[in-house]
Design a protein around this ligand. Structure first.
Ligand code: NAD
Ligand code: 89Y
Length: 340
């Protein structure tokens, strides 16, 4: 039995608790939130008796093997370091850290403890996205040379996550981070990035549109474009649309989770929609199912003694891309993420 403690009982955490409930051999034994009302609401809903308003107290009491950190980014470094000191495996929500320096310290702390650290970077684990990754890695269209990974929506994310309207940074840090990570999963690490950003919605502080051009070390050029200001029908939240051109054909993940591969003069198209889990609701079900998938991956890695694909160390590259994108937009030049 793997015993887990979860910190952060806010908007997203219920998905993580449902995901854990569905997995065999897992028990969430303790919950923590600074907000007593949220803590009790979540504790009652998931019948978890051990409850803490102070994470340090929970770590001191112990009795679990891993911690699932579902708080917003400002608390991540302190919580990950406390977990490392307590000798625990860690899953931490994205964005993993506020700065790359923090992120490096966090990765090193868990490595020193000899434990596993996975970032909850779940978009590359979404069933439709995974179908694309597997088709590409399986050589379905030969060697890729161009990609577009696109997320455009006007869905109101601010009602559930009001903090998203308040930060100096918004779409690259919150959502683009996932889309950049998908591009890395498809085409590998990036040598240079050029980005433009702008704010369309006057009621928020940060940027809600970002357009990024990536040169990958593999030779692929990809466009990663994100918008929360795109009022189109159908509203596609939270679908990531993908186009890839390869030496042997083309691949498309289109609206409605339709995967099409054209090669050798033929077209093969299939529905790769994610299932609607009993506790999920549309349109979030795609994200919700990927929580269950990434949690399964984490537990499989612990059992096998292998590193998660989205480990803390791997995520340093995604975070560097986020930082490089902001620097590129601010300085109107292309940036090598390696310089950060
Ligand atoms: P939220 O603000 O609704 O909830 C966070 C909770 O953490 C709050 O209840 C707060 O009281 C608690 N908290 C903060 N610091 C704490 C500390 N030091 N000790 C104990 N409790 C603490 O936030 P949310 O919308 O649930 O988002 C949480 C994280 O999940 C964010 O980083 C967000 O980016 C991420 N998120 C990820 C996805 C995804 O698909 N991966 C989707 C939505 C949100
Ligand atoms: O916080 C974001 C995430 O990680 O996925 C979608 C989201 O909830 C809003 O952009």
């Amino acid at each position: 039995m793997l015993r887990i403690a979860l910190v952060g009982c806010g908007f997203f955490a219920q998905n993580q608790l449902h995901g854990w409930e569905d997995l065999d051999g897992i028990e969430v034994v303790a919950l923590c939130d600074r907000d007593r009302a949220r803590l009790d609401a979540m504790g009652d809903a998931f019948r978890i008796a051990r409850r803490y308003t102070d994470a340090a107290e929970m770590f001191a009491d112990g009795g679990f093997d891993a911690v699932d950190i579902a708080t917003t980014v400002s608390s991540h470094r302190a919580l990950v370091e406390m977990a490392a000191d307590a000798g625990l495996h860690v899953i931490c929500q994205k964005p993993f850290a506020q700065t790359l320096t923090d992120a490096r310290h966090m990765v090193e702390a868990v490595e020193r403890a000899g434990k596993t650290l996975m970032v909850h970077e779940n978009f590359r684990w979404q069933l439709p996205v995974r179908a694309v990754i597997e088709a590409l890695r399986g050589g379905a269209i030969g060697t890729p040379f161009f990609g577009r990974v696109s997320f455009r929506s006007a869905y109101d994310v601010f009602s559930g996550q009001p903090y998203l309207a308040e930060g100096e940074r918004f779409i690259i840090e919150d959502l683009g981070i996932h889309i950049l990570d998908i591009s890395r999963a498809l085409f590998g690490d990036v040598d240079r990035i050029t980005a433009t950003t702008r704010r369309v919605n006057p009621r928020i502080r940060g940027e809600d549109v970002a357009t990024m051009l990536l040169s990958h070390a593999s030779g692929v050029t990809s466009v990663v474009d994100c918008s929360y200001a795109t009022r189109r029908m159908p509203e596609t939240f939270p679908e990531t649309l993908i186009e890839i051109d390869g030496t042997g054909g083309v691949l498309r993940l289109d609206v409605g989770y339709r995967l099409t591969i054209q090669k050798d003069g033929g077209t093969e198209s299939r529905d790769v929609s994610p299932p609607l889990l009993p506790w999920a609701e549309k349109p979030w079900h795609n994200i919700q199912e990927s929580v269950a998938i990434i949690q399964r991956h984490f537990t499989e890695c612990l059992r096998a003694g292998t590193q998660p694909e989205t480990s803390g160390r791997d995520n340093l590259q995604t975070l560097a891309l986020v930082e490089a994108a902001y620097r590129s937009a601010a300085e109107a030049r292309s940036v090598d993420p390696g310089e950060l």
